[in-house]
Design a protein around this ligand. Structure first.
Ligand code: NAD
Length: 378
């Protein structure tokens, strides 16, 4: 579906709905107006439910991802994020849009073992590796029937006397995989219990999502504004970016701007946005090139290229994705079948929001647009 939609923001809600859904609007309308969730269904998602809490669902437009137009759903409470993402995407569109690559869909569980001799314990695990992995098979028959399942074992580097942590990697295909890997992890804990000298204490997913990186890259054109040439804006843009390389207080705020996009996509797609935030913050603290998550470079005199690499594990299945009527219907409508498509949308939205925030801080100040949109509520 076409995503380059000039003046989408100027249209009425009715006109936007008609433009997007066309003949399918009658099917979508009740879900769009109610939020798509009835109380009896809500009662099956959480405990102690007393009502439904609504937030706006919006579309970020103008995104081209790997040569295909892509509308990006976003849900959040902060004005200006959707506008900023759409404006940034517009300035990348004619440069070819976003190029995205995702690593394999690996999710990792960790097993904590108390042992007086961690080296020997690990040696025993390695000697019995094939047998242990074979015994894990069958824990998630559906995942395994689709080609996913256990990938392998690794020892987590750890400076903690008397303890060993084993990482168990699972290919979770299109799922985030938290429940899947916790199931495999618990099983491994059972399998080693009493077998080697030591005590397995716990098994739990790591939200660092090692080995599940998504990388998004795009070139954005800068236009003269506020009495500044494109080249002057490029210089200021690079100053603001470089500030984040030198100052962790700025870097964290820079990364929060990236999360504005990523979290909004995660929420709109029924995914665990807290898990996404944890992974993003982990990457920012373990980033060898510094704290800001995206790397920015000048291209010619009036463009900048951004590259954002981060662990993302959004699921197109699992959690509440298939259960929530609006989300599942919207996934079909947008032809979202794979976890990779969601991770790509989130990474692109994050990079686009980073571009817009740095540019706004560099040129007119962050409050100009923010307050204009904020004031719509008055
Ligand atoms: P899930 O358990 O709801 O479902 C995933 C399952 O769907 C797979 O295990 C598989 O059996 C099946 N499946 C069907 N088609 C598939 C396909 N194409 N690819 C992969 N699997 C397919 O979901 P999950 O992803 O294991 O867990 C996600 C949920 O766990 C989220 O709601 C999250 O909030 C929650 N959670 C998070 C944490 C954490 O992040 N620390 C911890 C526990 C639970």
């Amino acid at each position: 579906m076409k995503s380059y939609l000039e003046g989408f923001y100027k249209k009425s809600i009715k006109e936007r709905q008609q433009l997007i859904f066309g003949e399918q609007l009658a099917d979508f309308k009740p879900l769009l107006e109610s939020g798509g969730l009835a109380l009896p269904k809500a009662d099956r998602i959480l405990e102690n439910v007393i009502g439904i809490y609504a937030l706006p669902l919006a579309l970020a437009v103008n995104f081209k991802i790997n040569n295909q137009d892509q509308l990006i759903p976003m849900v959040l409470e902060e004005p200006s994020v959707v506008a900023a993402a759409s404006a940034a995407a517009k300035s990348s569109y004619k440069n070819g849009g976003f190029t995205v690559k995702s690593e394999k869909s690996q999710t990792t569980a960790q097993i904590l073992i108390k042992t007086s001799d961690p080296d020997n314990y690990w040696k025993q695990i390695m000697q019995n590796r094939d047998e242990l992995l074979a015994a894990l098979a069958g824990e998630d028959p559906q995942l395994e029937s689709l080609g996913g399942g256990v990938l392998g074992l690794e020892r987590q580097p750890l400076n903690w006397k008397g303890h060993l942590v084993v990482n168990l990697m699972v290919d979770c295909l299109d799922a985030m995989g938290a429940n899947a890997v916790n199931t495999y992890g618990e099983k491994l804990k059972q399998l080693v219990r009493g077998r080697f000298p030591g005590k397995p204490l716990a098994a739990i997913i790591t939200n660092a999502f090692p080995g599940r990186t998504t990388r998004a890259r795009a070139v954005f054109t800068l236009k003269p504004r506020a009495g500044l040439s494109a080249n002057q804006i490029q210089e200021l843009f690079m100053e603001i970016y470089t500030w984040a390389l030198h100052d962790p207080l700025r870097a964290l705020t820079n990364n929060k701007g990236i999360l504005n996009g990523i979290g909004a996509v995660a929420l709109a797609c029924g995914n665990d946005f807290r898990a996404t935030s944890a992974a993003v913050h982990y990457r920012s603290f373990s980033n060898s090139s510094g704290l800001p998550l995206a790397v920015w470079e000048k291209v010619g005199k009036n463009k900048v290229q951004g590259t954002l690499s981060l662990p993302l594990a959004l699921g197109s299945v699992g959690g509440m994705t298939n259960f929530h009527p609006l989300i599942s219907k919207f996934f079909k409508f947008l032809n979202i079948q794979k976890s990779d498509s969601l991770n790509a949308m989130a990474a692109c939205a994050g990079l686009a929001n980073n571009f817009s925030a740095i540019k706004a801080i560099a040129v007119e100040g962050i409050q100009a647009n923010h307050m204009k949109l904020h004031n719509k509520k008055k």
